[in-house]
Design a protein around this ligand. Structure first.
Ligand code: FUC
Length: 829
């Protein structure tokens, strides 16, 4: 079908896009029903860019929306291999640290003598973990990975649309302007005009309601499917309807993850139950599906559910594992993380309760829960002609250079949606793919990477009014305390705790066993995580919360004091250290000092806020006062390493040495203009391309430099070169951090509060001449609504959620006043 005709048809057929608002991601083409999980021998070219994700923080699903078979990929966030039970001997898991601290004096001496090679060699040999255990000639993977929960396949008995193109021959790589390589989206030419097999097809995710809908017509019958995952009721609910009575003939089957041992059985006449355990570590899990049809015949036998001649069918899906977060694990107990309730019992209770509620009440409860969070923030950047187009075409038009501020606002809100769907209280945090992975073993184990990725996931949380998404991150940090204390002692003879490059759901804090130190030597990652504990307080001013997390902040500050080396020149220095994930093993990487600077200042503030630890805080202040300072190099750049070896041609994706600019606060345009200038030189050298998250981070940094137009360039690049058709961030492959970095960056363009005042419109680009945003949060406990016209602030309301003094800055003008908790202030500039 020609583009023009198709677009016109879309606008006519889906005028409802307007009614639903701009806040939806949608497709006008079904995916191919013949696709199947790669691990089941299939081809799955469309999952990454065409599926629509839903979730409630623990249960996640992707809707494919194909015609003759619906396919849902499933995840339960705590379904992980590895951990202390992997060999039945927990010491194998807990005793993998090397006693490296004793080698530190030799490494430092080597640096002093100018023998960097020896310092590097000693570091490489000692700062990894002991190698993985070999059993029966096989390496036993103690770290593990999040694995798929399997898939639900629902055969519909309908005819597939015609498909002239062969999927297997799809070119899968294309280079967009030399910026980033991404998978080429590949559109099947399914006929979608009237009279064809499939007509008026639409698959959409509404951000307003966290609902996926699939709708189409075939042979004069309109079919509709709806999907959501409820946090309050802990089930996924699916509803199939048709506008001609008795025309639904469905057969639902569960496709099991082959690395598990288990069985799917029918449970009564309307339910199936899978119960099993991972072969690798014995983690137990269950999945239960129950059908509630209206009319027709229902049979459940041999592990499948068949409904024939029904007018409506609701499926309820529940899943659970026996994993339970454990902040004080027994290091001698292989099952220390598997003390959760029996997953069969848990899922049975959830399904029973949900069946009693029924579709309508489940939906109402889901909407009440979700919308309370989502609707707190509204962003309007302007309308665009392309807003009613299916998302892939809209993205194409944007790539062709057509402005689409609505798409940028949609991308902003999508990050908030994804965070609500992947991070709710009671579970581990959003991982590298949030909660959505279609593989047995996904990229980088679908784990928690501590050298940018998990932190980026949480940048938008408080800033965009989603404090309820923070508890999983706080719990994750808690889960690293015990093991992190062992790491601090073994490698640095330090008090407190830290965590190295990657973690899992089993409190893994050690390095990996690799000698590749640019990623494996990462002791600043624990302190970086600790800064998030303080940040949450800075936004909420919740003293009870601060008292709860204080020991973790203080422990991190202690760790920093101990792991630094007092160099004979008088400065506390990180030796050995690295800048992620390139360059030499250094005698003082800027990134590490920047993180230490942040966490020590925060610990000092936290102690004073709570009136605790006066003496201890003196030590923190003392180290802070003698910390190796920032330095500029021969190009005027902020130096990345202790030597002036930066290469202006280096376009590496990591820009961690600018940590003080963002997410930290030790570098700012007004407070440290020279350092801000030196940071700008670095950003210019690094360039405006990169992997998805890298562009997301640079967007935030340019916003902090108050250069709205350059920040906008990065946002534009992120959308053009690092975004898939379903608006997922593309590293490549799909990695969710860039979505969150993008959302936070857009917020940072509109409001900043890291420097002691609330800066309004600090980085407004020319492209957003007029607009408004409601509900963004600022440190100090303020909620800000602003509108602007022709590039000038026109309206301003500040709600004081915590009382206290409020300082505002706009266009060089400062206003300061005392506030009363709970009062809203309308101000003029
Ligand atoms: C860090 C990054 C990579 C990737 C990985 C998951 O190591 O440097 O680009 O995002 O995490």
């Amino acid at each position: 079908m020609k583009r023009l005709t198709l677009l016109t048809a879309c606008i006519l057929a889906f005028g409802c896009a307007e009614a639903d608002g701009d806040e939806r991601i949608w497709f006008d083409m079904p995916t191919w029903s013949g696709a199947a999980a790669i691990w089941a021998g299939g081809t799955d070219n469309e999952w990454e860019s065409k599926s629509l994700p839903i979730g409630n923080g623990s249960l996640g699903a992707n809707v494919m929306g194909s015609i003759s078979r619906e396919r849902l990929t499933l995840n339960e966030k705590s379904l992980w291999t590895g951990g202390p039970s992997v060999t039945g001997d927990p010491s194998y898991y807990w005793d993998c640290n090397k006693p490296a601290a004793s080698v530190l004096p030799d490494i430092r001496q080597a640096f002093l003598e100018g023998d960097d090679e020896l310092a590097g060699e000693l570091t490489r040999k000692n700062f990894g973990a002991v190698p993985e255990q070999i059993e029966g000639g096989r390496k036993i993977d103690r770290f593990g990975y999040m694995t798929t929960l399997g898939e639900l396949l629902i055969d519909t008995g309908l005819r597939e649309g015609s498909r002239p193109l062969d999927f297997d021959k799809a070119p899968d790589k294309v280079n967009y302007g030399g910026v980033a390589t991404m998978k080429k989206e590949f559109r099947p030419d399914v006929k979608s005009g009237p009279g064809e097999t499939v007509d008026a097809y639409e698959r959409s995710l509404s951000l307003d309601s966290a609902l996926v809908r699939v709708a189409f017509r075939q042979d004069g019958v309109s079919y509709k499917r709806e999907y959501f995952v409820s946090y309050p009721d802990q089930v996924m609910a699916i509803r199939f309807t048709a506008d001609r009575k008795k025309s639904l003939n469905l057969c639902l089957k569960y496709q099991e993850n082959p690395i598990a041992a288990g069985k799917t059985v029918s449970d009564g006449n309307d339910c199936i139950l899978y119960s099993g355990s991972l072969k690798n570590n014995g983690e137990k899990f269950a999945l239960r599906v129950k059908a509630l049809p209206r009319g027709g015949k229902l049979v459940s036998e041999n592990g499948s559910i068949t409904v024939s001649g029904a007018s409506e069918v609701v499926f309820l899906v529940a899943s659970a594992t026996n994993y339970k977060m454990n902040f004080d694990p027994d290091l001698t107990d292989a099952g220390t993380y598997y003390k959760g309730e029996d997953p069969c019992v848990l899922t049975s209770g959830r399904i029973e309760a949900a069946s009693k509620l029924g579709w309508k009440r489940l939906l109402r409860r889901h909407l009440a829960d979700y919308q309370e969070l989502y609707k707190r923030v509204d962003l309007q950047l302007g309308h665009s002609a392309a807003s009613s187009l299916p998302t892939p075409y809209r993205l194409d038009k944007y790539r062709e250079g057509h402005p689409d501020p609505g798409l940028e606002a949609l991308y902003f809100q999508y990050g908030r949606y994804l965070l609500i769907a992947s991070s709710r209280k009671g579970d581990m945090p959003a991982n590298l793919q949030g909660i959505w992975c279609n593989k047995i073993k996904g990229p980088w184990n679908t784990d928690y990477h501590n050298n940018i990725n998990i932190q980026m996931n949480y940048w938008p949380a408080n800033l965009t009014n989603l404090d309820e998404c923070m508890p999983p991150l706080v719990d994750y940090i808690k889960s690293l305390q015990k093991s992190g204390g062992r790491v601090a002692r073994a490698y640095y003879d330090a008090r407190g705790w830290t965590a190295e490059i990657s973690s899992n759901i089993y409190g893994f804090a050690s390095p990996g066993d690799s000698e590749s130190m640019t990623w494996n030597l990462a002791p600043a990652n624990g302190p970086w995580l600790a800064t998030h504990l303080w940040e949450r307080y800075a936004f909420t001013r919740d003293r009870e919360y601060l008292a709860d997390v204080y020991d973790m902040i203080a422990g991190s500050a202690d760790f920093c004091c101990d792991f630094l080396w007092k160099h004979p020149d008088g400065y506390y220095t990180a030796a050995p250290s690295t800048s992620p994930e390139h360059g030499p093993i250094d005698a003082g990487a800027t990134f590490v000092h920047a993180v230490v600077r942040e966490v020590l200042s925060e610990a000092v503030e936290a102690a004073s806020e709570l009136g605790r630890d006066e003496e201890r805080a003196e030590q923190w202040k003392n180290v802070l006062g003698q910390l190796a300072p920032y330095e500029t190099g021969r190009y005027g750049q902020l130096k990345e390493w202790s030597k002036d070896i930066d290469n202006p041609e280096d376009t590496h994706r990591h820009v961690n040495h600018l940590f003080g600019l963002h997410p930290g606060s030790s570098i700012s345009v007004s407070g440290t203009p020279e350092l801000a200038g030196a940071s700008k030189v670095v950003l210019e050298h690094r360039g405006d391309a990169g992997t998805g998250w890298s562009m997301g981070w640079k967007l935030n940094m340019w916003a902090r430099l108050h250069d709205g137009n350059h920040a906008y360039t990065l946002l534009h690049n992120l959308l053009c070169n690092g975004t898939l058709d379903n608006l997922w961030d593309n590293h490549p492959p799909f990695q969710i951090d860039g979505n969150f970095g993008g959302t936070a960056g857009i917020a940072e363009m509109l409001i900043q509060s890291h420097g002691g005042s609330i800066e309004l419109l600090p980085a407004l680009p020319d492209s957003w001449a007029s607009g408004n945003v409601k509900g963004l949060c600022a440190r100090g406990g303020f909620v800000v609504d602003i509108a602007w016209k022709d590039g000038r602030l026109s309206e301003l309301d500040v709600l004081s959620a915590a009382g206290g003094r409020c300082a505002l800055e706009y266009a060089g003008e400062r206003k300061e006043f005392d506030t009363v908790k709970g009062r809203k202030y309308n101000l003029k500039y």
